[in-house]
Design a protein around this ligand. Sequence first.
Ligand SMILES: Nc1ncnc2c1ncn2[C@@H]1O[C@H](COP(=O)(O)OP(=O)(O)O)[C@@H](O)[C@H]1O
Ligand SMILES: [Mg+2]
Length: 308
Amino acid sequence: MDNSIDSLLLKVTSKRKEYKKLFNNNKAKEQLYKWLKSELAYTSNNIEGNTLTRKETRLVIEEDITSSSKPLVHYQEAINHARAFDYIIDIIKSDKKISENIVLDIHKRLLSGIDDYNAGFYRKCSVIISGSRVILPNPMKVPDLMKDFWDKYKSSTSIEDIIKLHLDFVSIHPFADGNGRCARLLMNCLLMCNDYCPIIIRPRDRKRYINSVEKAQLTGDTQEYTKFMLSRLSQSFDTIFDIFDNKNEIPQEKLMTIAKFAKEVGLPVSTIRYRVKAGKLKAALYTESGYMMFSAEQINEVKETGKN
Ligand SMILES: Nc1ncnc2c1ncn2[C@@H]1O[C@H](COP(=O)(O)OP(=O)(O)O)[C@@H](O)[C@H]1O
Ligand SMILES: [Mg+2]
């Protein structure tokens, strides 16, 4: 398969057309936003260490349901991410231009009630990324770097610029915490403003995501990073096409037993059990009697394993 940047660009350009057609009215868009609100909270928080499952994230966001088995702060992170997502949707709807203050507001929503001292403010201290050789800018330089950042990107509409903006943002690392989540929301806001779907970076993409960011930072070669992000964009389109099944509504979420799920993905039950045991796959939910249940969204995830 030709996976050059040019061929990926062609792919996402054609999927963008299909996507525009599918979500061409307000009702369809609202359904999509509803789904994305929980999906992005789950995936983006998960790669930063949040332990809620997709189902738990959806339940707390959509129905305010929590259980005592997970840290309270992880629920707060899910709710905060959903609020920040609502905020970017308002920006998109009102055709407002994204700005430095808007991003500070996004950050404020992400850390509100978790770290109010830092929420909505650039860092005042040095930060290091554990296990990484990358040296992040001195805090004194952050305001100027962010000014340059906005000068450079304030009118960005091309897919390459939007993807590069995320890399530059996380490389400045302007906040004490919340940089990854904030950068992804900013990028996704710009993508949606320009008729692309958001880039969903799944929990199992974490390593490739981090490695590609770090490689770009250490060598200045952004090819691998760009390819990774473009292929995630292309797959995010596919996931959305699959979930919405070319209809403008979210299908009722039905959870299925391991037997049904195994059949759907075309694998033996033992393989599914093995993957769960090895941490490669997470059940969407455990029933009270301890049975694993899986969601329709996971079918595609499992089918994609091995493809990338
Ligand atoms: N060299 C690097 N290695 C790993 N992550 C990096 C690196 N440079 C920037 N990052 C970004 O830092 C993010 C984590 O920073 P952090 O402030 O803790 O964000 P969050 O609180 O959202 O987790 C990652 O998601 C990644 O986007
Ligand atoms: Mg963090």
